[in-house]
Design a protein around this ligand. Sequence first.
Ligand code: 5FX
Length: 536
Amino acid sequence: MSNKKRAKYFLGLDSSTQSLKATIIDSHLKVVNECSVNFDSDLPKYKTTGGVHRGKDGLTVTAPAIMWVEALDLLFQKLRKQKVPLGKVAAIAGSGQQHGSVWLKKGTLKILKSLTPSRTLKEQLKNGFSVEDSPIWMDSSTTKQCAQREKAMGGPQAVADITGSRAYERFTGNQIAKIYQKNRIGYNLTERIALVSSFIPTLLIGDYAPIDVSDGSGMNLMDIRSRKWSKKALDCTAPGLSTKLGKPELSHKVAGKIHLYFVEKYGFNTDCLIIVFSGDNPNSLAGLHLQRPGDIAVSLGTSDTVFGFLSKPVPSASEGHIFVNPVDPKAYMALVCYKNGSLTREYVRNGSASGSWEKFNSYLRQGKAGNDGNIGFYVKEPEITPPILTTGISRYDSIGRRVKSFPPATEVRAVIEGQFLSMRLHGENIGLKARNILATGGASANKEILKIMANVFGVPVYIAKQTSSASLGAAYRALHGWICSRSGKFVPYARILSSAPPFKKAAVPDKKAFAVYTSMLKKYAVLENKMMVQSA
Ligand code: 5FX
């Protein structure tokens, strides 16, 4: 048999906020195909903006679960059209936007098990949800439930010590508590609560797929040390919850074999394994090969995140999150998340640089490190890090006086410097001290932004060839899970990375600029504290 005939492919599926994306690699980690469905433009009938619906209260953010179902059929149709040999896909793993929950109605398991290729997934599952609009990570409407659950569990630090994070509005346990309190009928009708990440494999295997321990760490429900649901956390959320959640599973395990629906409709092989899916940030950690302390990634997307490998968890009640590591079941990862990411940068670009990235970058080139002491806080969305629910822009001049506006070049530099100073400050607070940075996400293609990143952190910045590290990481994990399953034991993830393409150095730090930012950090922290006190 020729090599081509024997070739095996591994598919990573990324169900992100805005799209469902497929990345296919061969067994040497070479990307052979990429394809995606954009929720706004490919499925306009759901009337989403950026893949979501925003509530009138400015806090509630949801997405229609049935849209994700329809997107899966559409994605496979596109792949078929491109003649991608889906029959050679040996394993599929995936990634989902973290924290979002999918509410499956009693009786849906039966529908899943008997999916028929003569009808679409949407036709078969349209009545399958007990709550049709899934709360997602951008939702900040559960402040009350966070306070209630923190009180019941012994305070923010007690919650962080068990679950890896204090109670955060977007974390699934607090969202579940809200649904239990406000929509009792919906809660009682629920057979299974899935995460976005466990929902897609649920469709693929036609059975309830487990929540993985890494994405499960983003729920304020799991004990990150035992990797089991914490009784204390379940008891203060809603009754009968552990049955509705199923048992958490290690991220490299097999969830099941692909359902006949996909075999008959799209030509998948009956032996194709579905590896447990995880969250987008855990998958990015896998895609960016973060394997040692000091390896950190900065992802510049809808949400900005800073994350990295961690061997010992030291959860904090004031910031950041500790998750179980998705590729090393004994280790952890730390993460700091910002809601004000690309949309906020774009807002400043539109207001100060006529909507042009070229102009934005020429302003960045004009200014110098430290922005002459000017500092800005751009809270377009209620912020997670630090928690600031009141939106607005606050600008301070070199002597800490509040000013109404900045000249355009100062404004542009202030938004970028402020974001990176905050990342350095809060990342270091939870043990993420960078030795080198891997930049990823849309804005990692912008060299001027990367130069400032290198100078603020004082370390070299690398970029991956491919900007979507979550779907690539999912594809790598598909291969990893498949190898573990074939070997009948856990195989170190490092072994599969040996043929991964190297990263490219994109920016090196300037020592003087780094020193400017180091001294600026203190002033930044003081002003940030002031902002928090004002917004409380
Ligand atoms: C992480 O905690 C987050 O909330 C975000 O990065 C989402 O995962 C984005 F999908």
